[in-house]
Design a protein around this ligand. Structure first.
Ligand code: NAP
Ligand code: HSE
Length: 435
């Protein structure tokens, strides 16, 4: 039997590339739901083995005979029809996915970095070899969003996608807002619960969310966007102070991913954002993710659910596996994905938004006037001002301002002027406001 052909009528072989947090969740679900999956597919699924870095570490549900550090050992097994890549990172995962596709295996991946950076090339390899590459788990954890955008909402002209798509940061921001939790402690919690990426920098700097937004923009607007072109700001400079001020003003702060196609140009950003408490996304707390899609026919659709963790992610991974297994049983050929267009991506200076500013200033007469003048001179109008506290010994005060809508470039010029004056000690945070 040739590679990828499998045993006709027998079990459908599945190989895992990666058996960590998510891989462990997949193993457990396969173990628990095996009979049900066999009934859904018409043939059982059989786990043929797992690729890991360290085969000497015991894994729950996987005997040592199932573990290998050699991807070719799994690709040489003709019973393997589906490879599930759950290693993370771009290198060597992208190469292994390409090798699996070229060997005639269907591939399922949860790897947003690989799909955001190399998805187009890998989909082309899949098409050339008559197999499919599916990636439902790459965005939104357990929330079905790739499939709805690819199929159920296809009749719409999508005008906007607004999303909370990083469970780790949402979990952290929720803990910081509700319990005043310390940044490092709450990050350690998220890691322990299996939400965080192997290197959490990708979570807290918004890199993970930018990969996911690039994937969503491809599906929603049929445009190709490089993750590096997405305007990005992480949560590392946020303090419990900002969350408290936002709350007092009637807002929550979320790491928001936003994509919009305006006059044929893409506006895409991942940034902490003040969202009015009345908005549905402001109420999405903990590890939950939510994706809000606006379409010309459907109006506004919000999909919400657990965005990370072994169980929810295994749910999305196995949905793809079962979909492929049913195609294998039915002998259905793969459907080609349409190509993506390149469009201009607007730079940050052209992003128009209201913004929240927090700064420490000298506590003396004329300071507010000077700040107001600098903002006004660059076309930035103040919407509200609060002087929140004064340190009499240091003779400094904290000022929180919100602005009306202004372009990023106008605000940047105003902040340069403010920083150059001797009244401002520090511009602590500049945060976008939704709406
Ligand atoms: P993880 O816990 O770090 O697991 C990674 C697994 O891949 C480990 O078993 C590791 O082997 C293996 N591996 C890594 N590099 C390898 C290499 N070069 N050769 C062989 N094996 C290698 O990561 P995870 O949290 O499960 O995430 C896996 C993927 O799912 C990532 O793409 C992530 O972005 C995505 N994802 C994760 C979540 C989540 O909630 N965690 C949610 C959605 C999507 P060892 O065990 O021997 O180290
Ligand atoms: N680290 C990611 C998150 C995993 O926290 O959302 C899900 O992609």
């Amino acid at each position: 039997m040739s590679a990828g052909q499998g045993h006709e009528g027998g079990p459908i072989g599945v190989a895992l590339f990666g058996a960590g947090n998510v891989g462990g969740g997949v193993v457990e679900a396969l173990d628990r739901g095996g009979e049900r999956y066999a009934a859904v597919v018409g043939r059982p699924l059989e786990l043929r083995g797992a690729l890991v870095r360290d085969a000497s570490t015991p894994r729950h549900g996987l005997g040592s005979e199932c573990l290998t550090t050699d991807p070719d050992a799994l690709l040489a097994d003709p019973a393997v029809r589906i490879v599930v890549e759950l290693m993370g990172g771009e290198d060597p995962a992208a190469d292994y996915i390409a090798r699996a596709l070229r060997s005639g295996r269907h591939v399922v991946t949860a790897n947003k970095e690989v799909i955001a950076k190399q998805g187009r090339d890998l989909l082309a390899i899949a098409a050339d070899h008559g197999v499919r590459l599916l990636y439902e788990a790459s965005v939104g954890g357990g929330i079905p969003i790739i499939s709805p955008l690819s199929r159920d909402l296809l009749a719409n002209e999508i005008t906007g996608v607004t999303a909370i798509i990083n469970g780790t940061t949402n979990y952290m921001l929720t803990g910081m807002a509700s319990e005043g939790a310390d940044y490092a402690d709450i990050l350690a919690d998220a890691q322990r619960l299996g939400y965080a990426e192997p290197d959490p920098t990708a979570d807290v700097e918004g890199i993970d969310a930018a990969y996911k937004l690039a994937i969503l923009c491809g599906l929603a607007f049929h445009v190709a966007v490089r993750p590096d072109d997405i305007v990005r700001q992480g949560i590392t400079t946020l303090t419990a102070n900002d969350l408290r001020h936002a709350d007092a003003l009637g807002y929550a702060i979320k790491l928001l991913a936003n994509g919009r196609l305006v006059d044929g140009e893409l506006i895409a950003s991942v940034q902490p954002t003040l969202i009015a408490r009345s908005e549905p996304l402001a109420k999405v707390d903990g590890v939950l993710n939510a994706v809000q899609v606006e379409g010309d026919l459907v109006g506004r659709v919000v999909l919400e659910g657990p965005g990370a963790g072994p169980g929810p992610t295994a749910s999305a991974v196995l949905a793809d596996v079962l979909d492929l297994a049913r195609d294998i049983v039915a002998g259905r050929p793969p459907v080609e994905t349409p190509p993506l267009r390149r469009v201009r991506v607007r730079p940050p200076g052209e992003h128009r938004a209201r913004r929240y500013l927090r700064m420490t200033v000298a506590d003396r007469p004329g300071v507010l006037g000077e700040i107001g003048y600098a903002l006004g001179a660059h076309g930035v109008s103040i919407a509200s001002v609060i002087q929140v506290e004064a340190d009499e010994d240091a003779r400094t005060a904290e000022i929180v301002l919100t602005t009306h809508i202004a372009a990023g470039a106008e605000l940047e010029a105003a902040l340069d002027a403010i920083s150059a004056s001797d009244v401002v000690e520090e511009i602590c945070n500049v945060i976008a406001m939704a709406g």
